[in-house]
Structure formats: C-alpha cells, structure tokens
Ligand binder design. Structure first.
Ligand SMILES: C[S@@+](CC[C@H](N)C(=O)[O-])C[C@H]1O[C@@H](n2cnc3c(N)ncnc32)[C@H](O)[C@@H]1O
Length: 239
C-alpha cells in the first residue's frame, strides 16, 4: 500500500497507560484490486484526511448544501444509495475499515457521485477534532456493532459521552437517526437517549420510530433480516 493512503495506526505515546476503549476492532482484511486502486488514485477526490484541525465545511463540496454525516458506513452501499437519492444533500461518511472505504470510493468514482466525502478514522476523534459545533443537519448511526457480551458492553459506541458529542455537532433542529437489529441494543439506545439532555424523541418518549423511508437498506440490516432479526429505528431531534 502506498504511504499516502491514510491508515489509522494508534498513536503510541511513550508511557501512556490510558488507552481509550474503542468501539471497533480493526480487522483490515484484504483489499481487492479495485478497492486498492480507489484508495490510491481517487482518495484525492473523495477522501478527507484525518487531522486535529477543524474542517472548513463550506469548502468541502462544490456547493454549501446541508450536511449529513454517517458513522460506521461499512461497505457504504446504503450511503451511496442515499447520495444518489438525495443529490441536494452532501454526505460525509466515517469508517475505519479499509476495504469498506475503498469499496465506497470505487463505487462513487464509477458512478461519478459528487456529494460524498469519506474519512477513514475513528468517528469519535473525527467528531471531536474535525467537525465544528452546530454544523451538521443529520447524524446517522446504522447497525453499529452491538457488542453482545456483557463484558464488551463498554465498547458500545452509544454512551453518554458520544451522545453529548452528537448533540454538540448537530445544528439546532438537527436529527440523530440510529438503527439496530439487536433488541437489547435498541433498548440501550432508548435508555441512554432518555437520560441525555437536549433531544426530543420524534416518535414520542420511549418509542421507536416507524420506518421513515429515507434510510436505505444496509448490508448488516439485510444480514440481520435473513437471520430473522427485527429492525428498530430511533430518531431524535436536537432541542
Ligand atoms: C456492524 S457494522 C455496520 C456497517 C453498516 N452501517 C451497515 O449497516 O451495513 C459497524 C461498522 O462501524 C464501524 N465502526 C465501529 N466503530 C467505529 C468508529 N468509532 N469510527 C468509525 N467506524 C466505526 C465498523 O468498522 C463497522 O464497519
């Protein structure tokens, strides 16, 4: 892999004892030729490098249309479809999995999609460092890793700190849309959001949202449905 393809090696600080718990385990997997090619040659069109500086969001795209940000887009299939369905919206996808990032860039290049940018890094860092407060119209988190085992629950991305970060980055009246195929995680989301200040549940307190139609089916959703799982959507508006 060429050195200008961004990777997300953890920064090793000498003597650092506190490594924050991550919501992912990085299994890069093998890149296909198309994914590798996309990362090497088309990163400049679609990629945003991770830095610790705030992004100038107004100059990222060819226009200043509203911004939707998706955390953990996987292979990007549903993000791509949304970008096609909503050309009047700009999408920023954040994902750590190299093959998924390569896949999305390959598809976006092939279809000449102009309203998608991607960041290959931990979304928690990206939100903290790169996304200005009150700047995003909608943040999406679809089928995050449920971390089934109790001893792994601390890895779940939905936590009071993460929700606070989401609240900070959304515009007033912005939306936070989550979906999961794991009932216990859905209940966890509902509980955490109930306790978090600054949000209204659009379906009414304690309720899941009906299918809104603007979320495209994702790869993990399809997998869950095949296994007989249900799907729970939760949509909150920033107060
Ligand atoms: C279960 S998969 C779901 C992928 C996709 N949303 C779907 O529904 O098909 C969860 C994804 O979130 C990504 N992920 C987990 N934690 C992340 C983080 N902190 N920052 C960026 N991506 C993350 C993982 O790499 C994985 O691709």
């Amino acid at each position: 892999m060429s050195s200008d393809i961004p990777s997300i090696e953890p920064s090793k600080k000498a003597g650092s004892r506190h490594r924050p718990i991550k919501s992912f385990v990085l299994r890069q997997g093998r890149l296909t030729v198309a994914q590798q090619n996309a990362l090497e040659h088309h990163w400049c069109d679609f990629g945003i490098d991770y830095t610790d500086q705030l992004l100038a969001l107004d100059s990222l795209f060819e226009n200043t249309n509203k911004l939707v940000l998706e955390v953990g887009f996987g292979n990007g299939e549903s993000l791509l479809q949304q970008a096609i369905n909503q050309p009047e919206v700009n999408f920023i996808g954040i994902e750590v999995h190299g093959p998924g990032v390569g896949h999305l860039i390959h598809q976006a290049k092939t279809l000449d999609i102009r309203n998608i940018k991607v960041i290959r890094h931990d979304a928690v860092d990206v939100l903290k460092q790169q996304i200005p407060d009150s700047s995003i119209s909608k943040i999406q988190l679809f089928f995050p890793d449920p971390w089934h085992k109790k001893k792994h629950h601390k890895r779940r991305i939905i936590s009071p700190e993460f929700i606070r970060l989401i609240q900070q980055k959304l515009l007033p009246d912005g939306y936070f849309h989550m979906a999961t195929d794991w009932q216990h995680y859905a209940e966890h989301m509902l509980r955490q959001m109930y306790q978090a200040p600054g949000f209204n549940n659009t379906a009414g307190s304690g309720n899941y949202s009906p299918d809104t139609g603007d979320r495209c089916e994702t790869k993990f959703e399809r997998r869950g449905l095949k296994l007989g799982h249900g799907v729970w959507d939760l949509i909150y508006e920033k107060q």
